[in-house]
Design a protein around this ligand. Structure first.
Ligand code: ZN
Length: 172
């Protein structure tokens, strides 16, 4: 198990559409373990392979109080509704911003054994994390959903704004 350094905004690996995994083998399972360790170390609720410099379609979802799980070749197959959410990212440390996300998402992909999985989430942190991580493997960052980079807020500013205090430290 290896904690690998997180890549930050500006690193080209975050902008390349990641490659589809052809076979879920031991290499992928080791990657899943490293990604999980790196996510926990960085205190994130999700991580995508490009965030540790690996250009493959693999993400980990790590909801608080729940076991982290991987999705290989994740794909949003259905989305509906919209909601405004405060969001952060391990690759954009120190900042957060309000973005529009779907209310309900259905994601399909493969688990660590290569078996098909399908996850449905509605109106919760899981739904937000699923969209955020699938964005990552497409080379998209949440900052792309802002109207302007001026809408990025420094995390320190949170202490002075009451309406965003309850979002806690959820970075994906
Ligand atoms: Zn992120």
């Amino acid at each position: 198990m290896t904690v690998r350094p997180i890549r930050y905004l500006g690193d080209p690996v975050l902008r390349q559409p990641a490659k589809k995994v052809k076979r879920v083998d031991d290499y992928i399972r080791r990657l899943i373990i490293d990604m999980t360790e790196s996510m926990i170390e960085a205190q994130g609720v999700g991580i995508a392979a490009p965030q540790i410099g690996v250009n493959l379609r693999v993400v980990i979802i790590g909801m608080p109080d729940d076991h982290p799980f991987p999705i290989v070749n994740p794909e949003v197959v259905k989305r509906s509704g919209s909601r405004e959410l405060d969001e952060g990212c391990l690759s954009v440390p120190g900042y957060h911003g309000i973005v529009s996300r779907s209310k309900k998402v259905v994601v399909k992909g493969l688990n660590e054994k290569g078996r098909q999985i399908r996850i449905t989430a509605e109106d919760n942190l899981l739904a937000q994390a699923l969209e955020h991580e699938v964005d990552h493997v497409n080379g998209t960052l949440y900052v792309d959903h802002l109207n302007s980079r001026d809408d990025l807020m420094k995390i320190e500013a949170r202490a002075y704004t009451s309406n965003v205090e309850d979002v806690s430290d959820t970075a994906n």
